[in-house]
Design a protein around this ligand. Structure first.
Ligand SMILES: NC(=O)C1=CN([C@@H]2O[C@H](COP(=O)(O)OP(=O)(O)OC[C@H]3O[C@@H](n4cnc5c(N)ncnc54)[C@H](O)[C@@H]3O)[C@@H](O)[C@H]2O)[C@@H](O)CC1
Ligand SMILES: [K+]
Length: 505
């Protein structure tokens, strides 16, 4: 699914109006009908609905919703903020329609705002500003936002929590943004909904498909996408009847050190559970027994060192390599890892300590083989690109780095993002906070190695890998709960996740 910017959303509305023979006011009526349905589905008539409408079409939506709820016998109050005397045409039409419906509780605010008393049983409909916001809110509007945020009422925002910019909020004033309990977003999600620091504004959002032109959306250019299940199903390669293990590649995993053998185990188990033909794990001698016992399916190649990865190994027999889980950053390991990676000629995944080693030896960064996959979490990324003050900046810097080094970056977190060398960003919808647990990243590395060895392209491996990792996390969460689930539970849920994605619905 594409994520378009606010300018494109406006163009999409205009295109739909022009090419699909629907009047702007009727498109708004359709949106309002769906908004009303979403509200009445959740809250019955015992709730008073207090509507705050702004001067543009977001306000127009809100006024139409107020009329529809009133005609369904809800108790509704409306405050329309008309401070400049300039209202959009659709806003004006909806004021007229509201009045014509016999609506009694309408207040137009031009200067002084007599705030109503809001209780926790009230529902606030926030239709102050939507995608037309062009600067942070201030003055009277900021005061209204603060009043709503301080109230105990439940807040439902139309399209966007008022005050929140669709993309970059670096220069916004956080106190002047509505903290919505629910956002009913029209047609497309906004990029800013996917950033963790905006959770207090948009923790829950739902999309309403009002029938914006598919033709417009198909041709609109964007760098931002949300991955969908259907696309992932189509990526998965069916196994032929006469397949043998040689068809699914041989992967090399370089992982583990003294006290961190578990990282190698988790990555290896996830790798085996994701369809690879053969796996060799290269680990220090101390992990030999552990690996042979817990992952008997994998071959184990001992490093020369008892406790640490110390000597690069030959890559001739492998189709892909992953390095990093539990590796440690010992000097001897760093030198071996830099050497191993710099001379790698097969598809490659770098995770955890391998990334930290490259952050410490920055001059080696440009020796990273092209199209390598880097899987940093936020802190690991910032070690590479420097401190960032917000997610938009972080994403921009990650895009720059991916372009500069011609690598794929998987930025891990909620809405894990796959960033391609060309600068495309794919946000992953699966996963849950229970996955924020030690070893979860090792599992992802194992899955990625498996997919690369099987011949998936880097982009396919990244997108499918994070999707299936999140899906297995969701299954583990259902089984064990968000609090108790562990990385091992994610591995154990992989078979069901793969089955879910490969069986027809
Ligand atoms: N037919 C349509 O065009 C449709 C529009 N829709 C709604 O329309 C919204 C977009 O409408 P608009 O483009 O009119 O934009 P908004 O309603 O978001 O606001 C635009 C108005 O706010 C002013 N403004 C912007 N930033 C301000 C600030 N910081 N302080 C004070 N005033 C500010 C602008 O000058 C303009 O007058 C969407 O979010 C959606 O809710 C939906 O109903 C779908 C159909
Ligand atoms: K709004």
């Amino acid at each position: 699914m594409k994520i378009l910017n606010c300018k494109q959303q406006k163009e999409a509305d205009a295109y739909t109006i022009e090419h699909e023979g629907i009047l702007s006011i009727n498109l708004m009526e359709k949106a309002a009908g769906m908004l009303t349905e979403a509200i009445t589905r959740r809250w019955d008539k015992s709730h008073r609905i207090v509507v705050f409408a702004g001067p543009g079409n977001n306000g127009g939506d809100a006024l139409a919703v107020a009329r529809m709820l009133f005609l369904k016998n809800y108790q509704v109050e409306v405050f329309l903020f008309n401070v400049t005397g300039q209202l959009s045409e659709e806003c004006l039409t909806n004021i007229r329609r509201l009045k014509e419906s016999g609506f009694p509780n309408y207040t137009e605010v031009s200067s002084q705002f007599q705030a109503p008393k809001l209780t926790e049983h009230d529902i606030v409909v926030d239709g102050l500003f939507g995608s037309g916001l062009n600067r942070p809110l201030n003055g009277g509007f900021a005061a209204v936002v603060k009043f709503i945020n301080a109230s105990p009422a439940t807040v439902v925002s139309i399209d966007v929590p008022s005050g929140l910019m669709g993309e970059d909020n670096s220069y916004n004033v956080r106190q002047n943004i509505i903290q919505a309990d629910l956002t009913l977003s029209i047609q497309m999600p906004k990029l800013s909904f996917l950033f963790p620091e905006n959770e207090e504004f948009t923790s829950h959002w739902e999309l309403l498909d009002i029938g914006i032109s598919r033709e417009y959306i198909a041709q609109a250019e964007t760098r931002y996408f949300i991955t969908e299940e259907q696309e992932m199903r189509q990526l998965i390669r069916p196994r032929r009847t006469f397949a043998h293990k040689g068809n699914f590649g041989h992967g090399l995993l370089i992982a583990g050190s003294y006290g961190m053998g578990g990282a190698a185990v988790l990555a290896a188990r996830a790798c085996m559970r994701s369809g690879i033909g053969l796996l060799t794990v290269h680990s220090p001698i101390c992990n030999h027994q552990l690996l042979q016992t817990i992952v008997p399916e994998a071959m184990v190649q001992d490093d020369v060192h008892e406790r640490f990865f110390a000597e690069p190994t030959d890559l001739d027999n492998y189709q892909a390599m992953a390095i990093g889980p539990g590796l440690s950053q010992e000097e001897i390991t760093a030198q071996a890892a830099l050497d191993q990676v710099s001379n790698c000629f097969i598809p490659l995944v770098l995770d955890a300590d391998a990334l930290n080693i490259f952050s410490a030896y920055r001059s080696y960064l440009n020796r990273l083989p092209k199209h390598s996959i880097l899987t940093p979490h936020v802190k690991e990324l910032e070690r590479l690109v420097g401190r960032c003050s917000n997610s938009f900046e972080r994403l921009s810097k990650a895009k720059e780095l991916a372009g500069e080094l011609q690598v794929y970056i998987i930025l891990k977190g909620a809405w894990t993002t796959v960033i391609t060398p060309e600068g495309n960003c794919y946000f992953n919808p699966t996963g849950n906070p229970g996955m924020a647990t030690g070893g979860s990243g090792d599992v992802l590395t194992g899955i990625l190695l498996s997919l690369l060895a099987q011949g998936y392209t880097q982009e396919e491996a990244c997108r499918l890998g994070v999707y299936i990792h999140g899906l297995a996390g969701d299954i583990a969460c259902m089984r064990m709960g968000e609090i108790s689930m562990t990385a091992g539970d994610i591995v154990n849920a992989l078979p069901e996740a793969w089955k879910k994605l490969t069986t027809s619905k």
